[in-house]
Design a protein around this ligand. Structure first.
Ligand code: NGQ
Ligand code: ZN
Length: 450
């Protein structure tokens, strides 16, 4: 048994002082409030629960910053996608594992303890299937095991380039499966899932799957997380209207049985009616505010959606920058810029913006990744220790700590991270950063020279 004693910790009951958290194996076995530290306890100042990163394409970390350069025509999401397709063309399974491990270390070091890996790189560089259908999936799982981050694997079904079953493009050849091959992939993933890994399913988008395929995919893992990209770009909304007569989220809500197991990634472009209906569905909106800003997607109507009781979570998506505090900051700031007002994602009952969006992302993230979590008995021991000596946090207490972490810190405020009972990050650094960095560096040296 290990015990961690915290001056202050954010428990399900709120902030508490002098908290002793006992860990047996991977789980929290006791939480005692208002108790002095014992000599054998590890001591820290501020503890909050670890967060879920609900949407990652880990390999894209390797090209972060390399698409911020104007191309021959006006750049937008679609021209970025071409750059991204050219980058992934070169990656072999070892490369993906090395890049994913580096990305997962950055996630752990900034306070994420579980990742939803929206994994669609299945085939070899020629588009041929590997002998083992889970060849590539095994690499992102391997990266999660090597770094210790929790894994919710979301194998992606991708078969078409646009609505109506349009044939896939050359750049998409590594993503493709038919339904039988995809069922085999799911089976192979099940066999290699880590102990507390979760396996969901991810129809890529309404562009990449047909209505008939979506119906079968929904049945493949009932009750497990189901993630889909939806309404990120206006072009997709227009194509959906032209093809189905309905907007993407409107169509999903009317036809696909969207419920609490679903996570709609982005859901950027919503009418007021769609916003309210999505909130009422019980599904989680998987927002990726940093990537959405980077790609010029648009602004999610978070004020109305939260007021309607909608559930949110955040993801790092393209991994252009990995940090949950910056995702939450970008989310609130996008609302301030569009409404020209302040403190928009707080409410009268929950006046701290930082606390409100941290709590929402924590709860919605767990739901979206198929786990329950928090600093309570029986939960996985996933805990983030904030650095009380960081200038942005000094002199703050309670919810002010979250407000200051999210809005006032330039650098990362995370001092230590415990995940499934193991201390993986100390003094802001993952214990295996050096090895993972060396391997990442060798891969980047090679692929950037190609
Ligand atoms: C992806 N990323 O799957 O990596 C996508 C681009 C697409 C974002 N949507 C591909 N942010 O949507 O067609
Ligand atoms: Zn995505």
């Amino acid at each position: 048994m290990t015990a961690l004693w915290l001056k202050a910790a954010l428990l399900p009951s709120g902030w508490q002082n002098d908290v002793r958290i006992e860990i047996s194996g991977t789980l929290i076995s006791a939480v005692i409030v208002g108790t002095p530290a014992r000599p054998e306890d590890e001591r820290a100042d501020i503890g909050v629960p670890g967060l879920c990163n609900v949407h990652s394409h880990a390999f894209q970390r390797g090209m972060a910053g390399l698409a911020e350069h104007r191309g021959p025509s006006d750049d937008d999401f679609w021209s970025w996608r071409e750059v991204m397709y050219r980058f992934l063309d070169r990656l072999d399974p070892d490369d993906v594992e090395a890049i994913a491990a580096m990305a997962y270390i950055e996630m752990l070091e900034t306070g994420y303890t579980r990742v939803g890996e929206f994994h669609y790189l299945h085939n070899d560089p020629d588009g041929k299937r590997y002998q083992d259908p889970a060849e590539m999936a095994a690499r992102v799982i391997g990266a999660s095991e090597a770094t210790g981050i929790g894994m919710t694997l979301l194998p992606v079904f991708y078969a078409h380039s646009d609505f109506g079953g349009a044939p896939p493009k050359h750049g998409q050849r590594r993503f493709l499966n038919d339904l039988d091959a995809f069922a085999r992939l799911l089976g192979a993933c099940e066999d290699i899932l880590p102990t507390d890994g979760i396996l969901g399913v991810a129809p890529h988008s309404l562009r990449a799957v047909t209505v008939e395929e979506l119906r079968e995919l929904v049945d493949m893992r009932r009750g497990a997380p189901l993630h889909i990209h939806a309404a990120e770009q206006l072009k997709e909304v227009e194509a959906s209207l032209a093809f189905t007569g309905a907007r993407p989220v409107e169509w999903l809500l009317a036809n696909a049985g969207v419920d609490q197991h679903w996570c709609l990634i982005h859901a950027t472009h919503l009418t007021e009616a769609e916003t309210d209906a999505l909130a009422a569905s019980g599904a989680v909106a998987g927002l990726c505010p940093v990537t959405e800003a980077n790609l010029g997607d648009g602004i999610f109507p978070a004020v109305r959606y939260l007021a309607a009781g909608g559930k949110i979570s955040t993801g790092t998506d393209s991994n252009i920058l990995i940090d949950p505090a910056q995702e939450l900051r970008a989310l609130e700031y996008s609302q301030r810029l569009s409404h020209r007002a302040r403190n928009l994602l707080a409410s009268e009952a929950r006046p701290s913006v930082g606390r409100r969006i941290f709590d929402e992302a924590h709860a919605g993230g767990a739901q979206a990744l198929g786990v329950t979590q928090g600093l309570a008995v029986g939960m996985s021991a996933d805990l983030v220790v904030l650095d009380a000596k960081h200038p942005a946090l000094y002199g703050r207490s309670g919810d002010q700590l979250l407000d200051s972490w999210i809005f006032a810190a330039r650098a990362n405020c995370v001092d230590a991270v415990w995940r499934a009972g193991r201390k993986l990050v100390s003094n802001g650094q993952h214990k295996d950063r050096e090895n993972v960095w060396r391997r990442y560096k060798a891969v980047l040296d090679r692929i950037l020279a190609l």
